[in-house]
Design a binder for this molecule. Structure first.
Ligand code: FAD
Length: 304
């Protein structure tokens, strides 16, 4: 929790960004600060896996920054097309980075901007998944997604198992063609809306997997948790699902050997690859998830 608070603090951000060792450490989780740096990693990964690319950034404060995000994604998608990666790589977009919270017409601006990104994705034969942010954004994000899906039916959603509402959302979104990424959830949420206990989150995750796998949609199981991965395989088999009717997803730099193993067994395995200059929020959420990551960070600060 302190790390999630730090993730939103400007003072902490300045300290961490300026620490000399941070760069090396960040490169463990982030594929590069530019698209040119990230592309070789993507090409390498797509040999046996699939990829979703995230241009790092969140919470823009004016329409110009939101427009810059759209330009970054359009450029990214053109490059994916040029590299012939449209069938193996899609993009993940945070609506807060395309204007969702701008004071005037934020939602409308975000919808229009997301439409431009979906259009650019369609041009190179790929698609978009809308990342999910904190619970105050869930309704707005799902309603923007509904509108996008009218023209871009393959646009994907993310649901977070730690929210009480998510089982019901899984039922609503398990129709044919519906791509849903199920994750545990990465934000610090109040007990009024979310399970705070790990076991309860895990149980909810399993219930949500059952709901999605029993439906007609395309579940995307985003977790590094060995139990969740095993249970997902079992539930898929129980539902008679072929290996290409769902996929596993993990983050860049996390459990790489397990990613390779799952792909080699004939599963679809997609890696979420973040790149860009604005890595701070993303990086701090990864530290918060796993004490071993913090220890690794602390050790590198001391041994430098
Ligand atoms: P945890 O509950 O963190 O870990 C469970 C177990 O997994 C650990 O005990 C350990 O055995 C194993 N494990 C975990 N990490 C490691 C590691 N580094 N090395 C070895 N073993 C490990 N969150 C959102 O809120 N919105 C999003 O849009 C979103 N998108 C995501 C997309 C992808 C592809 C992924 C993988 C995650 C995404 N998340 C998102 C983050 C997610 O919500 C969780 O915060 C994060 O994945 C940690 O939960 P977990 O299920 O991976 O396992």
């Amino acid at each position: 929790t302190p790390l999630l608070i730090a993730a939103r603090s400007t003072a902490c951000r300045t300290i961490v960004e300026r620490a000399p060792v941070t760069r090396n450490l960040v490169s463990r989780f982030v594929a590069g600060s530019t698209l040119e740096q990230a592309l070789p990693a993507v090409e390498e990964l797509t040999r046996d896996r699939y990829v979703t690319l995230d241009h790092l950034g969140e919470d823009v404060t004016d329409a110009e920054q939101a427009g810059a995000t759209v330009t970054a994604y359009t450029r990214l998608l053109e490059e994916l097309g040029r590299a012939g990666l449209g069938a193996r790589a899609e993009v993940s977009v945070k609506l807060s980075a395309v204007g969702q919270f701008l004071p005037f017409d934020g939602e409308k601006i975000a919808l229009e901007n997301a439409r431009h990104i979906c259009e650019a994705a369609a041009r190179v034969g790929t698609t978009v998944t809308l990342d999910m942010e904190d619970h105050t954004t869930t309704d707005s994000t799902l309603s923007i997604l509904r509108e996008l899906r009218v023209d871009y039916p393959s646009a994907g959603a993310v649901l977070q198992a730690y929210l009480h509402r998510t089982e019901a959302d899984c039922r609503d979104l398990r129709y044919e063609g519906s791509r849903v990424r199920l994750c545990k959830g990465a934000y610090d949420e109040p007990a009024s809306v979310a399970y705070r206990d790990r076991t309860k989150v895990d149980r909810s995750y399993v219930r949500c997997m059952r709901t999605l796998m029993a439906g007609a949609g395309y579940p995307m199981i985003a977790s590094h948790d060995p139990s969740m991965v095993t249970i997902a395989g079992r539930i898929a088999a129980d539902n008679g699902r072929p290996a290409d009717s769902y996929e596993f997803q993990m983050l860049y730099g996390i459990r790489d050997a397990e990613q390779v193993r799952l792909a080699a067994k004939g599963n679809r395995m997609r890696v979420y690859v973040p790149y860009g200059e604005q890595w701070y929020g993303y990086f701090m959420r990864r530290l918060a998830e796993r004490p071993a990551n913090v220890a690794f960070f602390a050790r590198s600060l001391l041994t430098r």
